[in-house]
Design a protein around this ligand. Structure first.
Ligand code: NAD
Ligand code: UDP
Length: 341
């Protein structure tokens, strides 16, 4: 069995990916500093997988602690989910974003190189595309990140590309996520935002749960059929299996032309804000109160993935419908009204 270090593994995407990796016979070691997650996630992952999971409370910028982990385990690869992700916060505190995301990645790469672990899957984002000229987005579209958070992802991708070009030993896949939605079918793990959510789905479920009064829809004057923004929502379990597919490609059947590949993970289907509200209303069985307010700065009218590269190179395809995404989020919200407490 292959040993994988999952950094940022206690977070929303990492926790779901870990269950998929375990189901596919990978041994997982988790490292996280809990800056945006709860230690209870580890307990839930152990219950759901029936395994004891080696876990380290480590900041990926701490070279000594990382070195201790690498000297204890013989890793075949690393998945790095560790990163700060709030766009608004990144505008207010750019240095902490560059320090955490970019310096953390460089530090991790240096330790990987020292221990000759050259296989990496990195959490990138559709935000690296900036303002696109064509839709759906292909990986060949130019990058053009428009805020500090997005620039950390773009800079890291550029570092990874340079690294892969420097030596044939490195094998790296950057997965560009579109909009993750949903939760594990058990309803035991899910997205657990701190304070008032920034993102659409957790905001809607908190309105439905009576924790917030109403949803504020950011603009209905976009160039879309109903005037609200269209996004590509992808089920968290599909996103999770995308990481297993990427690792399988890196470790078991490497047949890629390049040592570095950036690959979109989305559903390839777009839904407007109003369509998401309707889908949640159908699942929850009541109306979601909302008010239309002005546009949020930086929002594109449409963001949609072309996922043919993931299918071609990883053999991966999205499988879940928007209804299942909404139903699974709602199950998680109902079972855990206050998140991980
Ligand atoms: P998350 O905040 O739930 O998970 C990130 C995890 O990393 C958290 O558990 C946090 O405690 C940990 N972490 C952060 N900095 C760390 C550090 N320096 N050392 C160790 N651990 C650290 O976020 P998520 O939604 O699971 O996202 C995972 C990754 O995917 C992030 O890099 C994020 O930028 C990227 N991403 C997320 C989305 C999204 O919409 N959720 C979209 C595109 C890309
Ligand atoms: N949105 C909204 N109200 C909210 C949060 C989001 O209308 O409280 C809209 C936002 O303008 C965008 C879509 O929902 O069109 C998805 O936003 P989210 O922040 O979830 O993801 P993003 O696409 O920005 O990464």
């Amino acid at each position: 069995m292959k040993n994988i270090l999952v950094t940022g593994g206690a977070g929303y995407i990492g926790s779901h990916a870990i269950l998929d990796l375990i189901a596919n016979n990978y041994n997982v070691v988790i490292a996280d500093n809990f800056s945006n997650s709860s230690p209870l996630v580890i307990k839930k992952l152990e219950e759901l997988s029936g395994k004891t999971l080696p876990f380290f409370d480590v900041d990926i910028r701490d070279k000594n602690k990382l070195t201790n982990i690498f000297s204890t385990f013989n890793f075949d690869g690393v998945i790095n989910f560790a990163g700060l992700k709030a766009v608004g916060e990144s505008v207010e505190e750019p240095l902490s974003y560059y320090n955490n995301n970019v310096c953390g990645m460089i530090n991790l790469l240096e330790v990987m190189a020292e221990y000759k672990v050259f296989n990496l899957v990195f959490s990138s984002s559709a935000t690296v595309y900036g303002i696109p000229d064509t839709m759906p987005l292909l990986e060949t579209n130019s990058m053009g990140a428009i805020n500090p958070y997005a620039r950390t992802k773009k800079i890291i991708e550029e570092i990874l590309r340079d690294l892969a070009q420097s030596s044939d030993e490195w094998k790296i896949i950057a997965l560009r996520y579109f909009n993750p939605l949903g939760a594990h079918k058990s309803g035991e793990i899910g997205e657990n935002p701190n304070g008032i959510p920034n993102n659409l789905a957790p905001y809607i479920t908190q309105v439905a749960a009576g924790k917030l009064d109403k949803l504020y829809v950011f603009g209905n004057d976009y160039d879309t059929p109903d005037g609200t923004c269209i996004r590509d929502y992808v089920h968290i379990n599909d996103l999770a299996s995308g990481h297993t597919a990427a690792l399988n490609t890196l470790l078991k059947n490497y047949n890629l032309k390049n040592n570095f590949e950036a690959i979109n993970l989305g559903s390839g289907k777009g839904y407007s804000v109003f369509e998401i509200i309707k889908n949640f209303e159908a699942v929850i069985g009541r109306t979601i109160p909302y008010e239309i307010i002005s546009r949020r700065a930086g929002d594109l009218d449409v963001s949609l993935a072309d996922v043919s590269k993931a299918k071609r190179l990883l053999g991966w395809e999205p499988t879940y419908s928007i209804k299942e995404m909404c139903a699974d989020v709602w199950r998680w919200q109902e079972k855990n009204p206050n998140g991980y407490v």
